[in-house]
Design a protein around this ligand. Structure first.
Ligand code: SAJ
Length: 424
């Protein structure tokens, strides 16, 4: 099959490479010539285990080529960003999807399949995409086959999950679903779930909203427990022993380009019907400020003015700082007048080593759960003015004896003016 993938980001690129790896002839299209040149030379611009090796394999087989312009294909896959609009409910901005569609329309011929993978608001396929294609004189379901096939892979495990996760295929008509299912049949080993376009759109959005609402519940629990001086983490651990309970983990907030974005697409489409989702967004958005307030209280009791952030990415073991609560916390702490140093071995724009970042620091705040932070070496904490860690991700397992360790379980002990935690 000849496949053109428009948008070579976190999803489009791995998808394109997998199609190529399974023997299809793939053109990957992106606007950036620097990126496409790098890809053609075997270099990737994102951190994702296994991706670079697979790209090099696909190039060696002559099955993948990156280009700034689309080419003729049997199937077109659109994987471009759909940001929030700057309107009241942060609705879904389909401008990139529309321009990607416009870029492929000159190549369309009868019997082609177009698949939108970008996350879109409910009814976008029927209300936006289908009319655009039909304006070109095609009848969807007869000449051109249209489907929404949302991706559901977890960054950090994309190459495995793309192949093994169940895949929802939501066609405008049944024939559209069948045609798109045949495309993914090229490499998907998970269940192929055949659906209508609207069901596929809403199902994808509700998966991320489910997680967002549950994380909000965990974050609210952390606040409640801190206020009532009860260990939130023990509560979660115990409650989760109930066979039908799965409380999520509190953290510094919810980031990334999915959970912090997608629920708004549903909210904007049905604002009056979605008060719970709106509150969940507010709770998760309040977490960076909550972390900063606690850091301020801790720092009031300590000597020095330097705070060291461990982790800037929106979650662990990836290099993605999009919508990252850690970046928000960094800016807020700088505004509060702290000297802020950051250590993130996954982020190129954070060049300090752990030791450099800890020099003269009074507090480490762990904001991303990178594996590297499981053990905080004494070589780092020895450099600190007063060694203390506030671990918002509850992930540090080993610290030196001299180090005071706080997480959402015992935070209340640290912020209530307890003499034993004062160092000067
Ligand atoms: N987080 C918590 N507590 C938790 C779990 C996560 O605070 O218990 C935070 C993370 O630190 C991060 C944010 O939530 O800031 C989102 O992380 P994530 O691991 O939940 O998800 P993403 O955004 O990396 O990927 C999600 C996934 N969706 C679901 O698990 C339902 C993934 O499968 C989707 O493909 C992806 O969104 C997407 O592209 O939509």
């Amino acid at each position: 099959m000849k496949i053109t993938v428009v948008g070579l980001g976190y999803i489009g690129l791995p998808t394109a490479i997998l199609f190529a790896k399974y023997g299809n002839t793939v053109t990957g299209v992106d606007l950036s010539p620097v990126m496409t040149d790098n890809l053609n030379a075997g270099r990737i611009h994102i951190e994702e285990p296994g991706l670079e090796t697979d790209l090099q394999e696909a190039l060696a087989l002559n099955k993948f080529h990156a280009s700034t312009t689309p080419v003729n294909a049997d199937a077109y896959i659109i994987a471009v960003p759909t940001p929030n609009k700057n309107d009241e409910y942060k609705s879904c901005d389909t401008a990139y999807v529309e321009s990607a569609l416009a870029s492929i329309t000159p190549f369309l011929k009868k019997n082609d399949t177009i698949i939108v993978e970008s996350t879109i608001a409910p009814r976008t396929m029927a209300d936006v995409v289908q009319p655009l294609i039909e304006k070109q004189g095609f009848t969807v379901g007869q000449d051109i086959f249209l489907a929404h096939c949302p991706e559901r892979v977890l960054p950090g495990n994309i190459m495995h999950e793309l192949v093994h996760n169940p895949r929802i295929i939501g066609g405008i008509t049944e024939q559209c679903t069948e045609k798109a299912a045949a495309v993914y049949g090229e490499f998907v080993e998970g269940e192929i779930i055949k659906a209508q376009a609207g069901e596929a759109e809403l199902s994808k959005l509700m998966e991320n909203t489910y997680r967002d609402v549950n994380i909000a519940l965990a974050n609210e629990l952390a606040k409640i427990s801190n206020y009532l001086e009860i260990d939130a983490l023990r509560v979660i651990e115990m409650a989760n022993k109930h066979p039908r309970v799965n409380l999520h983990q509190p953290g510094p907030g919810v980031g990334g380009h999915c959970l912090a974005v997608d629920p708004y697409f549903v909210i904007a489409a049905a604002p009056e019907q979605s008060p719970l989702m709106q509150t969940a967004r507010q709770v998760n958005n309040s977490m960076p400020e909550y972390v900063v307030e606690n850091v301020k209280e801790i720092m009031e009791q300590r000597d020095g003015n330097t705070v060291t952030l461990f982790g800037l990415t929106y979650k662990g073991n990836i290099d993605d700082i999009r919508e990252s609560p850690a970046m928000e916390i960094k800016d807020m702490l700088v505004k509060e007048g702290f000297d802020v140093k950051s250590f993130d071995p996954h982020v190129i724009s954070a060049p300090l080593t752990g030791e450099e970042a800890c020099e003269d620091s009074s507090l480490i705040v762990v904001l991303s759960d990178h594996n590297e932070f499981r053990t905080i070496p004494t070589a780092y904490t020895d450099k600190m003015r007063t060694p203390m860690i506030f671990d918002t991700k509850n992930m540090v397992q080993n610290v030196g004896e001299q180090v005071v360790y706080a997480n959402y379980g015992n935070l209340h002990e640290m912020t209530k003016d307890k003499a034993q935690y004062q160092f000067n």
